[in-house]
Design a protein. Structure first.
Ligand SMILES: C[S@@+](CC[C@H](N)C(=O)[O-])C[C@H]1O[C@@H](n2cnc3c(N)ncnc32)[C@H](O)[C@@H]1O
Length: 280
């Protein structure tokens, strides 16, 4: 094992002893699990936003299976002796399919003590962490989730956009904009979303932006409703595009703005012009 910080050793020792108790567990193929899988949230990119628990696990991992949106600075924190496996999947480019990833994690838990499944943001927020954990639990593999800072909160924050504010918004909805492939069920009810809260945060919405803005306007939101897109939030290359529901699609086309980005819709976006100055 690599250089585990001393203040984390007791915690990891506890986890390891739990793992050995749990090693009596057999998976569906009747193979003994010697290890434990940790579903770790890497946060949105800024390494300072990784949790202490996540950092400690990266430093003593035997193997790390990571996604495409994990930042290079966080990958550099991984124990140099650990095996690193890229399971990254981006639209139209799958390194490993979901079933392959789950199968791999089950196999790794049969030979390695600390298996880290590293995901961008938070594993349970549009990260398929719930699905992966379910499969591992069903297979009898010891598994624990370590939450991360989700991009839907951090990217707006670094762009000077608070999701709630006493003068502008007392409610927030987090929603996926990527439903075209029919993978998410039930389909998003944009009319309900439009009226459900004062701030709307859309993940994976860039490819569907024209459809989303049209649906929200059809549901009654003003075409002048402010919207911000934050690309590569919290990273040095962070970019923002500010507009309205009426203008944003054209702005994206003109500027060549691309994913990955978070969209924030609502009057809180107007605070960007005041609060983003703190990051300049
Ligand atoms: C599959 S989802 C994963 C979300 C992740 N689990 C989270 O909690 O942030 C991928 C989407 O998250 C958003 N995203 C992830 N990292 C981002 C970042 N640094 N800046 C802006 N958006 C980001 C984008 O909308 C991207 O298309």
């Amino acid at each position: 094992m690599g250089g585990t910080p001393s203040h984390l050793m007791s915690n990891l020792t506890i986890n390891m002893s739990i793992s050995s108790q749990e090693s009596n567990t057999f998976n569906q193929e009747n193979k003994r699990c010697i290890g434990k899988v940790y579903l770790v949230g890497a946060g949105p990119g800024d390494p300072g936003l990784l949790t202490l628990k996540g950092k400690g696990l990266l430093e003593c991992a035997d193997v790390v299976v990571y996604d495409a949106l994990v930042s290079p600075q966080i990958l550099m924190m991984i124990n140099p002796q650990a095996e690193k496996i890229d399971a990254g999947k981006r639209m139209g480019r799958h390194s490993l399919f979901q079933e392959e990833t789950t199968k791999l994690l089950i196999e790794l838990a049969q030979t390695q003590a600390i298996v880290v499944r590293l995901k961008g943001g938070d594993p349970f927020v549009f990260g398929r962490g719930g699905e992966e954990m379910e499969d591992l639990v069903r297979a009898g593999v010891p598994v624990e989730v370590v939450p991360g800072v989700t991009s839907g909160i951090a990217a707006p924050a670094y762009a000077g956009i608070p999701l709630t504010h006493r003068s502008y918004s007392s409610s927030v909805t987090f929603v996926t904009g990527h439903e075209s492939a029919g993978k998410y069920r039930p389909a998003v009810n944009w009319s309900a979303i439009a009226h459900g809260s004062e701030t709307i945060v859309v993940y994976m919405g860039i490819h569907n932006l024209s459809y989303i803005t049209t649906e929200l306007e059809s549901a009654g939101l003003s075409p002048q409703t402010p919207i911000a897109l934050v690309r590569w939030g919290t990273r040095p290359e962070q970019e923002e595009l500010i507009g309205t529901l009426q203008t944003i699609v054209e702005q994206v086309e003109e500027s060549g703005f691309t994913a990955p980005a978070i969209a924030v819709i609502g009057n809180v976006v107007n605070l960007h012009s005041i609060l983003s100055r703190n990051y300049q």
